[in-house]
Design a protein around this ligand. Structure first.
Ligand code: NIG
Ligand code: FE
Length: 427
């Protein structure tokens, strides 16, 4: 008989996706919801998750520590597949400008936007970047995030981009959330730069050095590094995007792309054709590109916090994508400008309200599919035997109360690799 060292029991409602590979179409909303559940954990991995009667019958839990989640909901740890969490300063001034009706493009044209954060970030030491990142990650953990992708992209020169990457790697070592690094010097052109020179520098200097840094830090194991480009009007063209992503792939990076956030330039089809890990944003994705995504392995990462925070009328056409068979994930896009929202329960609420996703679809998109978007779908994102024991326990009785409680953090406890790493003070 298998034994457990940790038992989460009783559980008011246990909810988890249960699928092999990214969930598409109807499968996205087909999650397992069990009243009176239990999760047995051993050595940081799930041994069995299911109805309490079955778990107690099949698993020896006599020596297990027990965490009581009665009248609470339990889901897999939430996975944020898209953040710009390392930066210095803030852009509250831009928020006020937007409240007065200015658009993201107008604010960027008047000296705000990515390059405003660039100046502050370039002036920050590694220690300062780590300190502010650590605070933000603490808030994310308290909102149920157990794995988080983090991009560079506010340095926009070799030294500053590598310092951001280093900050991500230090942060990965000193707190509980697993971090997945993405290199993104192609977030914007630094002011006054020559396009061709900057792209050559990314391809010939920055990407090789970033890859070296990641390999050194992984101590010989193959460290994962994603490479992302902001392909949009005023940022990188389709041809430039292709050049940068292909250069990354030659070095062993996996590709991601900020695609169709404002204007559709063809990056979604490029991502699908290249077999990129994800195409993100997709507010203005075309029907043709939806069809291409549906027949590719590229995950569509939708970011409803951004369209909310930018005060846009239109949101990504999630229903169309799900119905066409695209593998849809959700993320926060947490960053200082276009989305200063890092809470995934809040993103869950926005996905239901603005993207018209069901509660169950949003859960799959925030766990299973988000995990696939960062290359970790086979180890996290579902509560089933053999998966990493990352769990969130919420102080609500039914799953739908998580998105419903938009703006109030329902997270009560977080378990990471079988250890209790967060507990709400009042509990
Ligand atoms: O994902 N689109 C590009 N990058 C961010 C915005 C970053 C910023 O404004 O600082 C985004 O929305
Ligand atoms: Fe982004």
């Amino acid at each position: 008989m298998l034994s457990a060292d940790l038992l989460v029991y009783p559980i008011g409602e246990l909810a988890t996706p249960d699928c092999n590979g990214p969930a598409r179409g109807h499968a996205l909303g087909k999650i397992t919801r069990i009243t009176d559940g239990a999760v047995a954990i051993s050595n940081g991995k799930v041994v069995l998750a299911g109805p309490a009667a079955q778990v107690l019958n099949e698993i020896d839990a006599t020596k297990a520590t027990v965490i009581d989640a009665s009248r609470k909901v339990v889901t897999p740890g939430l996975v944020d597949p898209h953040t710009h969490l390392v930066f210095e300063g803030n852009r509250a001034n831009e928020f006020l400008m937007r409240c007065q009706g200015k658009t993201y493009a107008e604010i960027a044209d008047s000296g705000g936007g990515i390059v405003a954060s660039m100046s502050a970030t370039r002036n920050a030491t590694l220690e300062a970047l780590v300190a502010s990142g650590l605070k933000r990650l603490g808030r994310m953990l308290a909102s149920g995030t157990t794995t988080c992708e983090v991009k560079t992209g506010y340095g926009l020169d070799t030294d500053s981009e590598l310092r951001m990457l280093q900050a991500i790697m230090v942060l990965a070592e000193i707190q509980s959330i697993d971090l997945v690094p993405t290199f993104m010097p192609a977030h914007a052109f630094p002011p006054g730069s020559n396009r061709e020179h900057y792209i050559n520098e990314i391809v010939n200097v920055m990407l090789p050095r970033a890859m070296e840094l990641v390999q050194e830090a992984s101590g010989g194991r193959d460290g994962i590094l994603f490479n992302d480009v902001f392909c949009d009007k005023g940022y990188f063209t389709l041809a430039e995007t292709k050049t940068i992503l292909e250069a990354g792939e030659r070095l062993g990076c996996k590709s991601k792309v900020h695609s169709d956030e404002f204007v559709s330039l063809g990056a979604t089809a490029l991502a699908a054709d290249m077999g990129a890990a994800s195409a993100d944003h997709l507010l203005s994705v075309t029907d043709d590109d939806i069809a291409r995504l549906a027949s590719s392995k590229t995950i569509a990462v939708l970011l409803p916090g951004t369209s909310f925070f930018l005060n846009l009328k239109d949101h990504a056409p999630a229903r169309k994508m799900i119905d066409a068979g695209v593998a849809v994930a959700l993320g926060s896009d947490f960053n200082p400008g276009s989305c200063h929202v890092s809470s995934l329960p809040m993103i869950w609420g926005l996905a239901c309200l603005h993207l018209k996703m069901t509660v169950e679809e949003a859960l799959s998109a925030l766990t299973c599919n988000a995990a696939y978007a960062v290359g970790l779908g086979d180890s996290i994102g579902q509560l089933r035997a053999g998966r990493q024991a990352d769990l969130v326990i919420y102080d609500v009785e039914r799953l739908e109360e998580i998105p419903y409680n938009i703006g109030w953090n329902p997270v009560s406890m977080v378990i990471k690799k079988g250890c209790l790493v967060y507990q709400k003070a009042s509990d």
